[in-house]
Design a protein around this ligand. Structure first.
Ligand code: F6P
Length: 558
């Protein structure tokens, strides 16, 4: 007999019943009847404040959701994750990104091995590399100090470092040789082409970041970069030219879980940083994949990022479910998706430094929980991950907020902002202006979530308004405030979302750590490429794809 699915359990049934009572209830009524709602639904941990009062729920709803978490055995799952159980069942391995941020004095013995010493040995190797760059001692093949580092990677080997380097741009260390970090991910080569047109090959180094070291996107960019370096550098030092081996050695670092493949590609052994199969790609910024972050902000700030994430891990492990930020954020999402039928989720940071946060979360959440088969191979009979997208809130106000306010889709929103900013700006007049801009952003952040909640009731109006000016409101949201944006609070924020994804996956009974759904597309792309290049027969193609391929051939002939 298969065990009952989560939607057959008592707590789920009770929630479904409760949702029938709640579905006609407007957020404005929930607020009208409950002074102190903000305090009742707000929790804090690791420098973050999470206000869940604008969710369409009551105390009773949360109680029932907590019952659901218990019935789904979330507490045991949290312990299992952190202890290194093989939670990634389809690939039969643990998911131990939390081990990457354990402090050096900790110990985590998994299947007979303490992982902490190897984690810190890698951090030490990174530190040595970063020190060489920051001392201006990492020199290119012609002897000039490296000045620009281009990360070639995609997905988890790109988005985490890209997002964090932007978020922590204020944290560059002072008094060190400056390294600028760039990111090229797209297989069409457009980002890379742009860098190649403006960077100096003598002072540019590429970090090849790929867990598998087989990803065609990254390897295509890497090959173009290698040929560019060879073409420009060989022959630079007079007749003898620069040695190809020296170019490979001084201009490439590899980061991967596959040392053999790095070796085959020609990465010098002491310029390889290895990580482990038990670190999922989209959970990997905390170790060697974070090298571009450490190069930009320095090792001290990188370690503070890890410490912030570790503080959130401790909170996740120790706080009761009813005070546990990742659990509560996850339950709000479950309530919206599975009981209120709200299947769109927008991420809206009111801080320009979080420009890439939504893109990062799109991978984290949708690649993790965009699944429809349970652990024991049954099709789920309920919705899982919502469609998640976002942009900087202030810009999105002038783009898609119209839909949030007056469209036909119900959307859950996450508003994210730091409480304090610009204290460090030296010039007092500029500081005053910038602080006032920060308050402007906060005012907009709070105003938007309020209008989304209350609709027309947000305004004192004399009479009825024309239909096209009406606001329904009742769109639920969460607001996340960071004390300030520091490496530590950013680390906590990212870890919060990682754990939220895990809790939701546990309740939905799906595996958040694999991504089989991306494989078929890769395979078919390989076959399509062979046809495009006339190395395979087009006969088996469907009519649409055949037409598109023929259009390319016609364009190439003309
Ligand atoms: O194709 C999806 C994916 O495997 C992601 O999960 C991963 O982050 C990305 O590709 C890059 O993979 P790799 O680091 O192995 O190049």
């Amino acid at each position: 007999m298969p065990h009952p699915t989560i939607d057959q359990c008592k707590a789920w049934q009770a929630l479904a019943e409760h949702a029938r009572e709640m579905c006609d209830c407007h957020l404005s009524e929930l607020f009208a009847g409950a002074p102190g709602r903000h305090t009742a639904f707000t929790r804090q941990a690791a420098g973050l404040t999470l206000d869940l009062s604008k969710q369409r729920w009551r105390d009773e709803t949360l109680e029932r959701l907590l019952d659901l978490a218990r019935e789904a055995e979330v507490p045991g799952a949290i312990r299992g994750l952190l202890a290194g159980e093989r939670v990634n069942r389809s690939e039969d391995r643990p998911a131990l990104h939390t081990a990457l941020r354990l402090p050096p004095e900790a110990s985590l013995v998994v299947e007979g091995e303490d992982l902490v010493p190897s984690v810190h040995a890698t951090l030490e190797r990174m530190a040595t590399m970063v020190e060489r760059f920051h001392a201006g001692q990492w020199r290119g093949a012609t002897g000039r100090a490296i000045r620009d580092v281009v990360n070639l990677g995609v997905g988890g080997s790109d988005l985490g470092p890209l997002m964090v380097t932007h978020a922590l741009a204020d944290y560059r260390p002072e008094g060190v040789h400056r390294i600028d970090v760039h990111f090229a991910s797209t297989m069409d080569g457009s980002q890379l082409a742009d860098y190649l047109a403006r960077l100096n090959p003598e002072t540019t180094l590429f970090v090849l970041s790929s867990k598998s070291f087989t990803t065609i996107d990254t390897l295509s960019n890497a090959r173009t970069a290698r040929d560019w370096l060879m073409g420009r550098l060989m022959g630079v030092n007079g007749e003898e030219g620069v040695d190809a081996e020296l170019v490979m050695r001084q201009h490439f670092i590899g980061v991967s879980a596959s040392p053999d493949k790095m070796h085959e590609w020609g990465i010098a052994e002491d310029h390889q940083l290895e990580f482990w199969e038990w670190v999922g790609g989209r959970y990997s910024l905390w170790g060697a994949i974070g090298l571009p972050i450490a190069l930009m902000v320095g090792m001290q700030h990188f370690r503070e990022l890890l410490a912030g994430a570790h503080a959130m891990d401790c909170h996740f492990s120790e706080a009761p479910l009813s005070d546990n930020l990742p659990v509560l954020l996850a339950l709000a999402g479950i309530w919206n998706v599975n009981f209120l039928d709200i299947r769109a989720h927008s991420i809206l940071p009111y801080d320009g430094r979080l420009e890439f946060f939504a893109a990062y979360l799109e991978q984290l959440e949708m690649e993790s929980n965009g699944k429809s088969v349970t652990h024991d191979g049954r099709e789920v009979g309920y919705s899982t991950c919502p469609v998640l997208w976002g942009q900087l809130g202030p810009n999105a106000q002038h783009a898609f907020y119209q839909l949030l306010h007056q469209g036909t889709q119900a959307v859950e929103c996450d508003f994210i902002a730091p409480l304090r900013r610009y204290d460090e700006v030296e010039d007092s007049a500029t500081r005053a202006h910038l602080k006032s801009q920060h308050r402007l952003a906060l005012a907009n952040c709070f105003a938007q979530s309020r209008v989304l909640m209350l609709g027309d009731e947000a305004i004192d109006d004399d009479g009825p308004r024309p239909v096209h000016k009406r606001y329904r409101g009742n769109q639920p949201s969460s607001t996340l405030l960071l004390e300030r944006m520091t490496p530590s609070t950013l680390g906590a924020l990212i870890a919060l979302y990682e754990h939220k994804v895990f809790v939701q996956a546990k309740i939905w009974d799906i595996n958040p750590f694999d991504q089989w759904g991306v494989e078929l597309g890769k395979e078919i792309a390989g076959e399509t490429r062979r046809i495009l290049e006339h190395q395979a027969d087009i006969a088996g193609m469907d009519d649409s794809t055949r037409g598109l391929i023929e259009a390319v051939w016609a364009a190439e002939r003309s």
